[in-house]
Design a protein around this ligand. Structure first.
Ligand code: LLP
Length: 427
């Protein structure tokens, strides 16, 4: 359920007609619905209301400060995976005691930043990292709250690029090695063992893999507690899928009904890290048709958004619904919706049945709120799109459209004089 809907033969977001919005703000344009975001957060958070819990929104899905600020205001914690995401979470007003930090390559500098901020816990992904955290905490005279991220070797039945809990994944610590790693953690002088973590993948559309992971975690919690650790937080990660096309993912309530009985028995704060399910269907990418092109093999709708704006179709072969903003008369036929980027992989849809939307008119690429803008780039020197947030009948620009000057910021400009060549100071 989201707040993008057809009214008077046009697509609206809440009480705003998107054609007018595209006219006013230009394209490509990311549009988010405040009501949808709020509804999805409340639905997910509410599904765990019966137990002590903390919903840590996965910042990577969409890291716009304004959206983070709203989520923080509704009580969300945040799951971060870099110093930059930590910076954003704090800047958005998130309580550091609600921040969890995962990722296989946390640097000493990033660890220090998180320690100084006083986050809830590090989700530790290797023995090397554990020792590094202990060392950095020691240097700062602080204690580091940690959970170990377990790789439970469970197939989440999703795209292979976004399965993270398989035996061959780079993520987490093998289930067989977790106990000995906890044992070492308990001997370290600057580390407090406070939790356990796992995240098995993304766009998961069945409850089975979640249940299998939680069962595995429950077993480990008993064993880790037997070592004398005070495990207070059980972080089950994110990964709940959404409807892009024909998927029928479980509702948050169906997920919690399946796993809460096990989690209740563990008796710890349940931490979750939802990203896509909160923000995915709260956003659309609006693109304007530039040209139509018909070859003997194919028909193309060439639009002003490309793989630099939304890479999911190119990278994962992902399906995103595409609809014209205004009703377009005429027959529908199969077309590739492509961008202006000089790559054959630059497409938003392949062989999609659509009316021949005329140049100047716009289409909406739906379900683009998660991993859309967040994965965008300046490839082909394309300024990144603007982002707007619609609330009721009005909107706010929450990220200004980039301009050409943004493209060259920080680069050495020949016009400013000769390049500043120097030998490195340290040899
Ligand atoms: N927690 C951790 C440790 C994660 O690695 C992720 C996502 C999440 C939570 C949030 O997962 P979600 O609830 O959004 O499924 N770019 C890909 C998705 C990559 C997901 C990476 N990790 C895509 O566009 O489908």
């Amino acid at each position: 359920m989201n707040h993008f809907h057809v009214r008077d033969d046009e697509l609206w977001c809440e009480e705003v007609p998107l054609r007018a919005l595209a006219q006013e703000c230009g394209t490509p344009l990311y549009v988010y619905s405040h009501a949808t975001l709020q509804r999805h957060f409340a639905a997910f958070d509410g599904a765990f209301a019966d137990v002590p819990h903390l919903t840590c929104y996965a910042v990577k899905a969409n890291s716009n400060l304004a959206l983070l600020g709203l989520l923080a205001g509704w009580g969300a914690g945040m799951d971060v995976v870099s110093g930059g995401e930590l910076f954003r979470a704090l800047r958005a007003g998130c309580d550091p005691k609600k921040i969890v930090y995962a990722g296989v390559g946390k640097t000493a500098r990033e660890i220090a930043e998180a320690l100084r901020a006083g986050i809830l816990m590090f989700n530790v992904e290797s023995l090397d990292e554990l020792r590094q955290i202990d060392r950095v905490a020691g240097e700062l005279g602080l204690r580091a709250p940690i959970a170990l991220r377990v790789n439970p070797a469970i197939d989440p039945l999703t795209h292979k690029y976004i399965a993270t809990g398989l035996k061959e994944s780079k993520f987490g610590i093998e289930a067989e090695k977790v106990l000995e790693t906890y044992r070492e953690a308990l001997t370290l002088g600057h580390v407090d063992v406070v939790g356990i973590h796992c995240h098995i993948g993304s766009q998961i559309t069945q409850v089975g893999p979640f249940r299998a992971a939680v069962d595995k975690i429950a077993e480990l919690v008993r064993e880790v507690r037997a070592l004398g650790a005070d495990l207070r937080h059980v972080d089950i990660g994110g990964g709940l899928g959404i409807n892009y096309n024909e998927e029928e993912p479980p509702e948050p309530g169906q997920l919690s009904a399946e796993i809460l009985p096990v989690l209740r028995e563990i008796g710890a704060t349940v931490v979750t890290e939802p990203g896509r399910v909160i923000v995915g269907n709260a956003g659309a990418l609006i693109a304007r048709v530039i040209y139509r092109k018909y070859t003997s093999a194919k028909s193309f709708l060439i639009v002003d958004a490309g793989m630099n704006d939304l890479v999911r179709p190119s990278l994962y072969g992902s399906y995103h619904r595409i609809v014209p903003l205004a009703k377009t008369p005429g027959t529908r036929w199969q077309m590739d919706v492509v961008g202006p980027i000089c790559e054959s992989g630059d497409f938003l849809a392949k062989d999609r049945e659509l009316p021949a939307v005329p140049p100047g008119e716009c289409v909406a690429v739906l379900s683009a709120g998660a991993y859309g803008f967040a994965m965008s780039s300046n490839y082909n020197s394309r300024p990144r799109a603007a982002e707007v947030l619609v609330r009721g009948g009005s909107y706010a620009v929450i990220r200004a459209r980039e301009g050409y000057e943004d493209l060259v910021r920080g680069e050495a400009a020949p016009a400013a004089g000769p390049l500043d060549f120097r030998a490195p100071a340290a040899r």
